[in-house]
Design a protein around this ligand. Structure first.
Ligand code: S3P
Length: 425
């Protein structure tokens, strides 16, 4: 797909549902008694993989293309799948579901695409094994395929070396089935959607600073889940409106959970003009309409506890940094290397192709902004966030920007290009 310089962006748009919340709605709905109705469910390929996996374990799930109805099997009601569970490209499905499977009285093999088969699973194998689970990497390389033979679990306290909501959530889900309290401490607080939703479904959970805990649970109750727009998806439009001259966009109903809103903090640090309107909170998840106006930006330093709150937004932030005046340093972000692609290498390589001054470091990037970008052929490596990031970069570059593998946006934002086209004037 090809992109060209845009004169101006304007209009109003709604962002599809949050990916993290959509996954969790299916998982908890499947384990609950009664029906769970999920509105504004994200119809991205990752969330559809989660639906497929739970259907294979005997859960009835109706999906009308917007809302999803999950008829829960109860906390002990999952059934052994006939074949392997295919998680596609989804790290969230793999890691969160492994926590659930660790406690089931059957064996499961779980596998996904090439990218999933390169992503690190030791980070869940270690804590789930400490809880007593029998979970192994079939090829012995600490990656999927994983074989999980579920059984009785014991409650543990785990100090995670990484701030990862996928690791935390995997352990908390397993903790529902343990013989006592289970806690996870992280170096920094990661997104807390699991804790919020567990509480909402009736589990006993608590959070204290960087530690989240759960108590064993015999029953969850189906709920109505209203999914706010995904701030990670909104980021492409926020940043596009900031960097394309004379632009103004109204982005409706964006989730602004404080464990996810680092992009807004960074934009503010860089001098952006973003106003929040109609702020409201549903079941612990806040959301707002964002009014974004273009303008000059300046470089900044991004690291520490901010990183988990904007981990998926860092590729797009790197383009903001290339546009901004002065230097931007992104540090403490080694996790970028183990996402759907190595996002440090892929960003730096492609930014350089477009004429930016970018340098990879061990834990992030240094970008000296203000150089004009020119079009280039960008290999997305089939990483949805890379494809969307460079589509936006193409809107401020001279010449043509071509994205290879552009169809991979279907992972998290199937209508991305249609939405982008609608706001280009
Ligand atoms: C997610 C957590 C993040 C994020 C991913 C979704 C989740 O991963 O990158 O896109 O839903 O829990 P980590 O927790 O591994 O950083």
């Amino acid at each position: 797909m090809k992109f060209h310089k845009a004169n101006r962006l304007a209009g109003e748009l709604s962002i599809p549902g949050d990916k993290s919340i959509s996954h969790r709605g299916i998982m908890l709905g499947a384990l609950a008694d009664g029906t769970t109705e999920i509105t504004n469910f994200l119809q991205g390929a990752d969330c559809l993989s989660t639906i497929d996996c739970f259907r294979k374990m005997g859960v009835t799930i109706k999906n009308d293309g917007t809302s999803v109805l999950v008829k829960g099997n109860g906390i002990r009601g999952l059934k052994k799948s006939d074949g392997i569970l295919d998680v596609g490209n989804s790290g969230t499905t793999t890691r969160l579901m492994s926590g659930i499977l660790a406690a089931q009285n059957f064996e499961t093999i779980l596998n996904g695409d090439e990218s999933i088969q390169r992503r690190p699973m030791r980070r869940i194998i270690t804590p789930l094994s400490q809880m007593g689970a029998n979970i192994t990497s079939v090829l012995g390389n600490d990656c999927a395929p994983l074989r999980i033979i579920g059984g009785p679990l014991k409650g543990i306290h785990y100090s995670s070396p990484v701030a990862s909501a996928q690791v935390k959530s995997s352990i908390l889900f397993a903790g529902l089935y343990a013989d006592g309290k289970t806690s996870v401490t992280e170096p920094y607080v990661s997104r807390n959607h699991t804790e919020l939703m567990l509480e909402y479904f009736g589990a006993s959970v608590s959070s204290d600073n960087t530690t989240a805990s759960v108590f064993p649970c015999s029953r969850l109750d189906g709920q109505k889940v209203i999914v706010p727009g995904d701030i990670s998806s909104a980021t492409y439009f926020i940043c596009a409106a900031l960097i394309v001259p004379n632009s103004q966009l109204v982005i409706k109903n964006v989730g602004i959970n404080p464990t996810r809103d680092g992009i807004l903090q960074v934009c503010q640090q860089m001098g952006a003009n973003i106003k929040l309107e109609n702020v409201s909170t549903t079941k612990g998840e806040p959301s707002a309409d964002l009014v974004v106006t273009s303008g000059t930006l300046h470089g900044t330093i991004i690291g520490g506890s901010l990183i988990p709150t904007l981990i998926d937004e860092l590729p797009m932030i790197a383009v903001l940094a290339a546009y901004a005046d002065g230097e931007t340093i992104i540090k403490d972000a080694e996790e970028l290397k183990v996402k759907e692609s190595n996002r440090i290498d892929v960003m730096v390589e492609n930014l350089k192709k477009m004429g930016a001054d970018a340098e990879a470091t061990d834990d992030g990037m240094i970008i000296r902004g203000g150089k004009a970008l020119h079009g280039a052929v960008i290999d997305s490596k089939l990483d949805h966030r890379i494809a969307m990031t460079f589509a936006v970069a193409g809107l401020i570059a001279d010449g043509t920007t071509e994205i290879l593998g552009s169809e991979c946006v279907a992972i998290s934002y199937p209508d991305f290009y249609e939405s982008l086209n609608k706001i280009i004037e």
